[in-house]
Design a protein around this ligand. Structure first.
Ligand code: G1P
Length: 298
């Protein structure tokens, strides 16, 4: 009988980034709190993790990010006011979104040394168990949430998993790129990976979309990882180190859906349109207004 892989209970959210691509909106407000329709970007990503069965949410924050912690706490005055005004739907929805007491942890990255360093900062809270990692900038929009699909694959293959999706050849230098044993498969074994390669050096056109399931041994490699692309400690470099030790497998799981990079202005606007159009309470009038706006040319 194959060994049943250890359950994934915790998810890490690196939220320390400065959001310079989104100034001036992010001068005093964390980029993760920008709203896509009426939910902060980080809430959408936490929703994805909860839908996949995650029970503990680990946020790696930085200076000026305190409002994220407040967002995932109760707000007694607000709750009382909603209750007094009979706004039971709003109250129920606030309570439903909230992780239970003790289900969140916050730690600080202290200095901006890259994604690998941010993940390493979560090592004590994660401990010696596999965990999910979700990069909040990237909204994964699909009927089956990306992490749920990865959890299913994890039950089959165990080890480490990375969500991937094809990118145009001239964009490989913006992402981590993986090489796989079979480009046709939905879940394929990863043979190599490289962070932000030039098109000529890319092992395929499959880019890392920002959802991972990782074994705790990654922390040992991150501890010793030297800076790589952009002079930052890169998670991809540490994952390659773990892959090359050959005692653990990495699988690529194809993400089937639309990706919206909410760290970029265009991605953020597109996310608002996509999420707005599928809302039960807004979709129809929003579509009609958009149609009118486009037909008159603005
Ligand atoms: C990070 C990862 C990269 C991944 C990307 C997805 O890069 O290092 O491998 O493809 O996120 O958005 P960053 O966007 O932080 O430069």
């Amino acid at each position: 009988m194959p060994k049943v892989p250890a359950r994934i209970r915790k998810a890490v959210f690196p939220v320390a980034g400065l959001g310079t691509r989104f100034l001036p909106a992010t001068k005093a407000m964390p980029k993760e709190m920008l709203t896509v329709v009426d939910r902060p970007v980080i809430q959408h990503v936490v929703d994805e993790a909860r839908a996949a069965g995650i029970e503990h949410f680990v946020f790696v924050t930085g200076r000026n990010k305190g409002v994220i912690e407040d967002h995932f706490d109760r707000q007694f005055e607000l709750e009382r006011t909603l209750a007094e005004r009979g706004k039971s739907k709003e109250l129920a929805s606030l309570q439903q979104d909230l992780p239970s007491a003790g289900q969140t942890s916050f730690t600080r990255q202290q200095s901006a040394q890259g994604l690998g360093h941010a993940v390493w900062c979560a090592r004590d809270i994660v401990g010696n168990e596999p965990f999910a990692l979700l990069l909040p900038d990237m909204l994964h929009f699909s009927s089956q949430p990306c992490l749920s699909k990865m959890m299913k694959a994890y039950e089959e293959v165990g080890g480490n998993l990375i969500a991937v999706s094809p990118v145009p050849e001239d964009q490989t230098q913006n992402y981590g790129i993986v090489g796989v044993d079979d480009l046709e498969k939905d879940v394929s074994e990863i043979t190599t990976m490289v962070e932000k390669p030039k098109p000529a050096d890319a092992p395929s056109n499959l880019h890392i979309t920002g959802r991972y399931i990782l074994q705790p041994e990654i922390f040992e490699l991150l501890e010793k990882q030297k800076p790589g692309a952009g002079n930052e400690i890169q998670l991809t470099d540490a994952m390659l180190g773990l892959l090359e030790r050959r005692d653990q497998k990495f699988h690529a799981v194809r993400f089937e859906g639309e990706l919206y990079d909410c760290g970029s202005k265009l991605g953020f606007l597109m996310a608002n349109v996509a999420y707005g159009l599928t809302r039960d309470d807004l979709g129809e009038p929003f579509r009609a207004e958009l149609g009118r706006m486009l037909s008159r040319g603005a």
